[in-house]
Design a protein around this ligand. Structure first.
Ligand SMILES: NC(=O)c1ccc[n+]([C@@H]2O[C@H](COP(=O)([O-])OP(=O)(O)OC[C@H]3O[C@@H](n4cnc5c(N)ncnc54)[C@H](OP(=O)(O)O)[C@@H]3O)[C@@H](O)[C@H]2O)c1
Length: 325
């Protein structure tokens, strides 16, 4: 049996309720996990509110978690009982103490990285790698903009960009978050709730604009991000924490030869097994070598998932939030 968080309808955090569910034995190609740490992602908020209708209801939300392999299904050779693994899946089901899972979705966690840290950075770190190394491979000397730079993805993206030689301008919504973004490696920080970030960027870049703008905030920042780009600049819109973005006419891009991307980490990191292993290894290696760091995540008991959602939506968190089964 597993304690699971089930959603029967879309709505506020109160729709997340704890119930006992049956786990079952792992089938062919599957493993069973006793989960040790479950990540909360902003995606989970979109799923709960119904902005994304990708979880069939009633259903167990949660895109990713970390756990101990307790059972191996027929045909699984990649893992053994006792392995610590991380996974992400668009099949959801992460908010649970136990689950079965296709073994192909999981990777072993590197020695030296503990389960809670791994859960706090796995999907978010694979996203940072995708953004900094694949969607726009950052070159030394580039100046980039990272919105929500103190957020879960933002904190890791700033560090990855600095590692690749960029000068990073970060935005965030409070003085405390700006300090956090500076510690992650931002050379310049802007409170986009109190300052006009487009004007501030123009001043910082002597009117040139940035080479790349990484925008996960969406509705509130999208137009300003486009306006902050240098000629031939690249806007990478990878989220919509403030709401969906209005349609854009290609002519708006043509005016200054701009590029617009809207990437999904599942399409990049889960393209095939080799890519998943390569990006996961790069992420864990960053932590082992010490050029990637993450603050201890805010932790909640799994049964208090609703409170975790309230905190994430309140914009009060720097870094990540993790549920403990
Ligand atoms: N495309 C992909 O494959 C992919 C993968 C992972 C994540 N994402 C996206 O990346 C973003 C970051 O994800 P995360 O899990 O690391 O979350 P997060 O950045 O830790 O949290 C979202 C942050 O967005 C900022 N924000 C701005 N306007 C907001 C609003 N109206 N309501 C709430 N927050 C607002 C807040 O920071 P401030 O207070 O500093 O403004 C907040 O802390 C999300 O949009 C997520 O959907 C996309």
């Amino acid at each position: 049996m597993s304690l699971s968080i089930v959603m029967r309808e879309h709505g506020g955090p109160e729709v997340l309720t704890a119930v006992e569910t049956e786990t079952g034995n792992p089938g062919p190609g599957q493993i069973r996990l006793r989960q040790t740490a479950v990540a909360v992602n902003f995606h989970d908020i979109y799923v709960r509110t119904g902005l994304y209708r990708t979880l069939t209801l009633p259903g167990i939300p949660g895109l990713e978690a970390v756990g101990l392999v307790t059972d191996i299904g027929p045909g699984v050779t990649r893992f053994a009982s006792g392995d610590h693994v991380a996974y992400m899946t668009l099949g959801y089901g992460g908010y649970a103490t136990e689950r079965t899972l296709p073994a192909e979705l999981a990777v072993k966690i590197a020695d030296g990285v503990d389960d809670v840290t791994a859960a706090s950075v796995f999907l978010k770190g694979l996203t940072a790698e995708m953004l900094a190394c694949r969607v726009h491979p950052i070159k030394p000397g580039e100046t980039i903009l990272v919105h929500a730079a103190a957020g879960g993805v933002g904190n890791l993206l700033v560090q990855w960009a600095v590692k690749r030689g960029a000068t990073v301008i970060g935005t965030a919504g409070s003085a405390e978050k700006l300090d956090f973004a500076r510690q992650a490696g931002c050379t310049h920080v802007i409170n986009y709730r109190t300052e006009n970030f487009v004007d501030a960027i123009r001043e910082i870049t002597n009117g040139l604009g940035v080479d790349v703008a990484y925008d996960s905030v969406g509705r509130d920042t999208f137009k300003g991000s486009l306006a902050s780009l240098a000629q031939c600049g690249h806007l990478v819109n990878f989220g919509q924490s403030s709401g969906p973005v209005d349609p854009v006419a290609p002519a708006e891009l043509f005016a200054r030869s701009l590029t617009l991307s809207r990437p999904n980490v599942f399409h990049y990191a889960m393209k095939d097994r080799a890519t998943l292993e390569e990006i996961s290894a790069a992420l864990f290696q960053g932590f082992v070598e010490g050029w990637l760091t993450a603050p201890a995540p805010v932790q909640f008991p799994l049964a208090d998932a609703a409170d975790a959602h309230r905190l994430v939506e309140s914009r009060a968190v720097s870094g990540s939030v993790v549920l403990r089964p």
